[in-house]
Design a protein around this ligand. Structure first.
Ligand code: HEM
Length: 141
């Protein structure tokens, strides 16, 4: 752990953070993500039937930064991520694992549209940072 404390963030984290900042500076980023995600499947639309999207966008914005911290410190230790996992599990929101692949696909499309610096490296950085959190949420289903 001491080594991790002293270490600089890995390049993927730096690239992800910069891209996320560019995206969230665009007012339409998370609107576009939810537009794509809702359009992608009836099952998704059903889950968000009663959602207040202003609240939901803010919750997602925060968790996009939170997953970056979790990636750096080990997702297995992140209490906030465990809470999100429990909330999405079959015991509460009942989000089946296959919907996370759709979620990531739609998010990357929204990033591609909103980040002028988007390219292979930026996409790889998003996947590298988010995949461990996604895997954890799936595993807690
Ligand atoms: C890594 C991926 C994801 C993250 C980080 C994430 C994050 C969040 C957060 C922070 C909340 C608010 C929690 C709360 O209200 O207590 C939330 C709510 C929710 N999420 Fe996710 N989510 C993810 C994937 C998904 C997927 C794949 C679905 C599939 C449809 C989904 C559906 C929902 C629903 C239905 C809610 C509740 C909305 C409401 O309050 O009406 N999430 N999510």
């Amino acid at each position: 752990m001491a080594e991790k404390l002293a270490a600089r963030p890995e390049p993927a984290v730096v690239a992800y953070n910069a891209s996320l900042d560019r995206c969230t500076r665009q007012p339409g980023f998370l609107d576009r993500f939810y537009e794509l995600f809702l359009a992608s499947s009836e099952e998704v639309r059903e889950k968000f039937r009663e959602t207040n999207f202003e609240r939901q966008k803010e919750a997602l914005r925060m968790s996009l930064y939170m997953m970056m911290t979790a990636h750096e410190w080990s997702v297995e230790c992140d209490a906030h991520l465990e809470e999100i996992a429990e909330r999405h599990s079959r015991r509460q929101l009942n989000i089946p694992p296959h919907l996370y692949d759709l979620w990531l696909h739609c998010l990357l499309r929204a990033v591609g549209e909103c980040d002028p610096a988007y390219g292979e490296d930026v996409e790889a950085a998003w996947i590298r940072v988010l995949q461990p959190s996604i895997d954890l949420l799936k595993s807690r289903y």
